[in-house]
Ligand binder design. Sequence first.
Ligand code: AP5
Length: 216
Amino acid sequence: MINVILLGPPGAGKGTQARRLSDDRGLVQLSTGDMLREAKTSGTELGNRVAEVMARGELVTDDIVIGLIAEKLEDATAAGFIFDGFPRTLAQADALGALLDRLGQTLDAVIEMRVDDAALVERITGRFTCGNCGEVYHDRTKPTKVAGVCDVCGSTDLRRRADDTEEALKTRLMEYYKKTSPLIGYYHAKGNLRSVDGLAPVEDVARAIAEVLDKR
Ligand code: AP5
């Protein structure tokens, strides 16, 4: 069992690397962003409640996301979890620690993906994803091989997120610096923080993350 947090601002590449880790090591990707978007698409009461908050780029409340994660952690068959976009506040980090303790599990690594803000605008405004299998693309750096068709599953349901605008990104970055970046010091103090260069090509970032996990 191995539990890993991918920590970084919007567009750092957390989702891209989480999917790879999930394929390569059989870990379960827990993306609170994906869970909330699913709730929105299926029109649940929770989805309706968080839709506007997410579109503005603000964080949803701690109790909602902690509840979503708590449910998933009960999956005893998982080889381990990759936390993608969670925790995002100190309260969420404390709650995750308590949940893992209760289940007799440990947090094995917190990987900070270092990037600079200038690169994020380009990454975020060029991103689109497959609505069927979740593969992540980019207009310039990772287009589909056939326009409008997912390389992985052949679906034509390619989507852009409502919060992937320059305007919402400003708020998302501000939320990150105010509420999430303090987690870097928090996990550093706990001794499990490692950093990788998130500006490197996808393959190199994946290699750097693999090295961190293999050296544990
Ligand atoms: P969430 O879905 O978690 O979004 P985010 O953290 O803003 O992160 P992103 O998904 O935008 O980016 P990413 O780092 O995964 O990058 P990606 O791999 O896609 O959260 C959305 C919203 O939900 C929040 O704003 C909030 O409202 C709510 N929420 C979620 N979790 C919450 C929580 N815990 N508490 C409270 N609220 C919460 O890559 C981006 C692009 O770059 C892609 O096009 C990709 O192809 C490209 N790319 C990736 N890596 C590279 C590379 N190395 N080189 C070049 N291009 C690359």
